[in-house]
Design a protein around this ligand. Structure first.
Ligand SMILES: Cc1cc2nc3c(=O)[nH]c(=O)nc-3n(C[C@H](O)[C@H](O)[C@H](O)COP(=O)(O)OP(=O)(O)OC[C@H]3O[C@@H](n4cnc5c(N)ncnc54)[C@H](O)[C@@H]3O)c2cc1C
Length: 420
């Protein structure tokens, strides 16, 4: 045997799985095909700008983050607890009145604070916010249907929640599980999402620290198969053997290596721009509310679903005094692959600034950003594939950093029990 356990993939799930196995006293090797750990959580440094591979944020309210991640070591730079919304006649701010009392006046002026819709939204989410486990007992349906059923049908939904959640869920049609979305909304209500000052890639680097010497990079596993009383993997023409193997890859590759059915996945493109001046002073994620205006006058204003001035939250994302903006389009629409000119124009409209002088720093296209969480899918799925072969990743739990961490931990416990 080369080790007790081989973990295939050094994304968030694989790293948590391997660390948990080490804690349980197991000898473990991690095989990663890329040149660094992190999987879908990586940061490219381009001309001194920190560009995550697709705009994403870390929510410190995730229970798994609090349990297994030294959040202080990540030195999070937080966004404000609200959203900036492009309206037909200006920019509105909608923020949590409790956490952002200074934005209360602007929030009240936004036109979105309407008692009936707020009451409906509270009915939609309250139970899960108070008791997250309650969500498992609730019947599930698609997000759009669940909003309709709860009476969340006004402008707060169509101009703020729909575009904001589309970007977060990588789903512009509201087809994602409402139960999963409620859990996600809960974490936004309880936590203040941010980014590590050195970029999202600092998260997997931190998770990999206890695994020094056990992670092999540039090691692409080609096959996983039973062998005697253990399991073998084929990697670059050689074979490694262990008592158990955990397939901790993305869901597409997991289907190839483990034979599990391949889930549907959603994709996106994030553009990173350097702006000569900050387009807005506040560290808020911005969306275009015009696409949901009841008049229907601007059904499809442009391809960008969210945009954020990264350097308002984390100045360390750029060289001193310079400004970095992220803008994301979704591949579930024809305009998701929009060209630079369209993206630049639309971001300019959202902030109400001229973007002619903006420079593209880089662009990331991620075809399989998130597995789709279909309504009715159990929030936790089995991690045992067959004797000695296990699987983890966000496709086994919820499509999130929380889900990836939990699935990795669950798989490690299952392997430990299997090895006896
Ligand atoms: C652009 C974007 C934005 C996101 N935004 C958020 C957000 O704001 N909040 C949130 O909670 N979540 C977000 N997510 C989701 C979150 O990043 C993922 O759920 C999580 O990172 C998945 O981790 P994983 O370990 O399951 O899979 P992965 O990160 O895909 O890791 C799998 C690893 O396996 C390796 N691998 C694959 N095949 C092989 C092979 N044959 N041999 C060896 N190694 C292999 C890969 O190289 C990779 O390192 C976002 C994701 C993306 C892409």
């Amino acid at each position: 045997m080369n080790a007790d356990v081989i973990v295939v993939g050094a994304g968030i799930a694989g790293l948590r799985c391997a660390t948990r196995l080490l804690e349980l006293g197991r000898d473990v090797i991690v095989l990663e095909r890329d040149d660094a750990v992190g999987g879908r959580v990586r940061t490219d440094v381009v001309d001194g700008f920190r560009c995550d591979r697709g705009f994403q944020v870390l929510n410190p309210a995730y229970p798994a983050m609090q349990r297994w991640v030294d959040l202080d070591a990540l030195d999070l730079a937080s966004f404000r607890a609200g959203v900036l919304v492009r309206q037909r006649d200006g920019l509105a701010v909608v923020a949590d009145p409790v956490r952002e009392p200074r934005l209360l006046g602007a929030t009240l002026r936004s036109g979105y604070v309407r008692p009936l819709e707020l009451a409906a939204l509270a009915r939609w989410a309250a139970r899960v916010i108070a008791a997250p486990r309650a969500v498992k007992a609730q019947p599930d349906r698609a997000l759009a249907e669940s909003f309709d059923a709860a009476g969340v049908t006004g402008r707060l939904r169509t101009e703020v929640l729909d575009p904001f959640l589309a970007g977060v869920l990588v789903d512009s049609h509201g087809r994602t599980s409402a139960n999963f979305t409620k859990l996600l909304v809960r974490s936004f209500v309880l936590g203040r999402p941010g980014v590590p000052r050195l970029g999202m890639g600092a998260l997997p680097e931190l998770l990999a620290a206890p695994l020094r010497g056990r992670v092999r990079l540039h090691a692409e596993v080609e096959a996983v198969f039973p062998s005697g009383d253990g399991v073998e993997v084929r990697v670059a023409g050689t074979r490694l053997r262990a008592g158990a193997v955990v397939v901790a890859t993305d869901p597409v590759e997991a289907a190839v290596l483990s034979g599990l059915p391949q889930p549907a996945v959603g994709g996106l493109v994030t553009w990173w721009f350097e702006a000569p001046e900050a387009p807005h002073p506040l560290a808020l994620i911005a969306v275009d509310g015009r696409r949901g205006h009841p008049s229907g006058a601007v059904r499809s204003p442009g391809p960008v679903w969210n945009t954020a001035l990264m350097t308002a939250a984390a100045p360390s994302y750029a060289p001193p005094g310079r400004h970095l903006v992220a803008a994301t389009t979704l591949l579930d629409r024809a305009d998701g692959e929009a060209g630079e000119a369209q993206v630049r124009k639309h971001v300019g409209e959202i902030y109400g600034v001229d973007t002619a002088g903006w420079r593209v720093v880089t662009r990331h296209r991620i075809d399989a950003a998130l597995p789709v969480q279909q309504p009715g899918t159990p929030l936790r799925r089995p991690v045992v594939v067959r004797d000695g072969v296990f699987v983890c990743g966000d496709h086994r739990d919820t499509p999130s950093l929380q889900g990836a961490l939990v699935s990795g931990n669950r798989a490690a416990d299952a392997v430990h029990a299997h090895l006896g």
